[in-house]
Ligand binder design. Structure first.
Ligand SMILES: Nc1ncnc2c1ncn2[C@@H]1O[C@H](COP(=O)(O)OP(=O)(O)OP(=O)(O)O)[C@@H](O)[C@H]1O
Ligand SMILES: [Mg+2]
Length: 208
């Protein structure tokens, strides 16, 4: 799996399936050029300059952070609770819109983390290069199938806890992975290479 720090990425799944754990892991890979929009203050261990805890749910506050990122460039923006800020039917601020549509030009990637992918802005979702999909609820399946097709959506329905399907939108390739927490030293080199995630994600074969 080849993920670029300037890509647009969706990380979705039911509560407690492992989205934030994966996002933390990807954030660490992007350090120091990362900013985490962290409304639930979950990203302990990251430097203050790499996380932003918003004072409110306000879209104006979100847009002002997008404006700063646009000026700064070369940063991966990880947005937790993304459906609040990049929500379907919610007006996107001018800077958020620009970041989604032209962020690549400034070296800005956006990784959206959501437990309600069906409420995520279609404008954002449609432009994603990668989806990381954990077990998803019934309500989200049609939305996901629209993007990745029913064959892969059915695989998501049978995923084990903490396992996720990675779907590359450009190549239409998919694989299932699981992060092996605290077992870095036991991941053999071959597996690490296969995952291209720095040695801590392991590819899993699932029976169809
Ligand atoms: N790969 C994993 N292996 C073992 N435990 C995991 C793994 N991924 C997550 N967990 C554990 O599961 C719990 C929930 O994980 P996490 O907070 O990442 O889920 P989430 O999808 O972000 O949940 P929420 O929707 O509530 O934000 C945590 O205690 C975490 O340590
Ligand atoms: Mg979470």
């Amino acid at each position: 799996m080849q993920l670029k720090s300037t890509d647009r990425v969706t990380i979705a799944g039911l509560p407690g399936t492992g989205k934030t754990t994966l996002a933390r892991y990807l954030a660490a890979l992007c350090e120091p050029r990362v900013l985490i929009y962290d409304p639930l203050a979950q990203y302990d261990g990251f430097k203050d300059e790499n996380r932003y805890i918003p004072k409110s749910d306000s879209l104006t506050e979100f847009d002002s952070v997008c404006r700063q990122l646009r000026m700064r460039g070369n940063v991966t923006f990880i947005v937790e609770e993304a459906e609040r800020y990049l929500g379907q039917g919610k007006p996107l601020g001018e800077n958020a819109f620009d970041l989604i549509n032209r962020g690549r030009n400034w070296g800005v990637g956006i990784f959206a983390v959501t437990r309600r992918v069906q409420r995520l802005s279609k404008d954002f979702f449609d432009l994603c290069q990668h989806c990381f999909l954990f077990r998803c609820g019934l309500k989200s399946r049609e939305y996901i199938a629209d993007m990745i097709g029913w064959e892969d959506t059915r695989k998501i329905m049978s995923l084990q806890l903490y396992h996720f399907l990675h779907f590359n939108v450009e190549t239409e390739e998919s694989s299932v992975y699981v992060l092996k927490l605290g077992m870095q030293q036991r991941v053999v080199e071959g597996e690490a290479k296969e995952a291209h995630l720095g040695g801590r994600a392991t590819k899993v074969d699932i029976k169809q």
